[in-house]
Write a protein that binds this ligand. Structure first.
Ligand SMILES: [Zn+2]
Length: 204
């Protein structure tokens, strides 16, 4: 869900705060889910086709299932786990009911185009070596639909501060409250919150 540049920035920022023994392995793990040919499988998602777009997007990945099936035992796994957390939270951050009027193809196009708008900012701001992602990154100038460079920075900073062991315990216990606490403690408003607070209240 998040872009490769964002995943790299999150991994690099994480490694500034945490002792990671094998940095290359950690970086490999933190990109791995997006580099395979079957991204639904690599994100532990399901192939079912639900009725609504929101449901459709929700089935693309499954953070809880990942933890059910994987024992995190090395730096590659830790990087992979951080990627899964970032994708899950990014999904929560990004989508509101307004996407229901769009097709999956349209959303994909818009989100990928947004990635292109913020990639250059991320690569230079976080001083990222582009070798690993050069092939997949395009730089484009324009107005993003879903997120801004500033929004990305806030998100990257917050995710890279996640304590992976604590997160593992919290996600296993209750994924919804893990998400809720993340946004609350980092003072990040999701687009859904902004969407709802800007709509007139309908009294019953
Ligand atoms: Zn991913």
């Amino acid at each position: 869900m998040a872009s490769l540049a964002m995943h790299l920035a999150i991994a690099e920022e994480y490694m500034k705060r945490n002792a990671v023994q094998d940095r290359n392995l950690f970086l490999d793990g933190s990109l791995a889910p997006d580099l395979g040919s079957d991204q639904i499988a690599s994100h532990f998602g399901s192939y079912e086709k639900p009725k609504t777009i929101i449901e459709f997007l929700k089935t693309r990945m499954n953070l809880a299932k990942y933890l059910e099936e994987v024992q995190i035992s090395n730096d590659f796994d830790s990087g992979y786990f951080l990627h899964m957390i970032a994708d899950d939270l990014f999904y929560q951050y990004l989508y509101t009911e307004e996407v229901e009027s769009k097709t999956p193809e349209q959303i994909r196009k818009e989100v990928y185009s947004d990635y292109d708008f913020v990639t250059q900012h991320i690569l230079s701001f976080y001083k990222i070596e582009t070798d690993r992602i050069k092939k997949w990154s395009n730089n484009k100038k324009g107005k993003p639909v879903y997120f801004t460079p500033q929004g990305c920075d806030a998100f990257i900073a917050a995710v890279s501060k996640v304590d992976l062991q604590k997160a593992e315990r919290e996600i296993r216990a209750d994924l919804s409250s893990f998400r809720e606490n993340f946004f609350k403690s980092n003072k990040i408003k999701t687009r859904r919150q902004i969407f709802h607070s800007s709509r007139p209240k309908i009294s019953s």
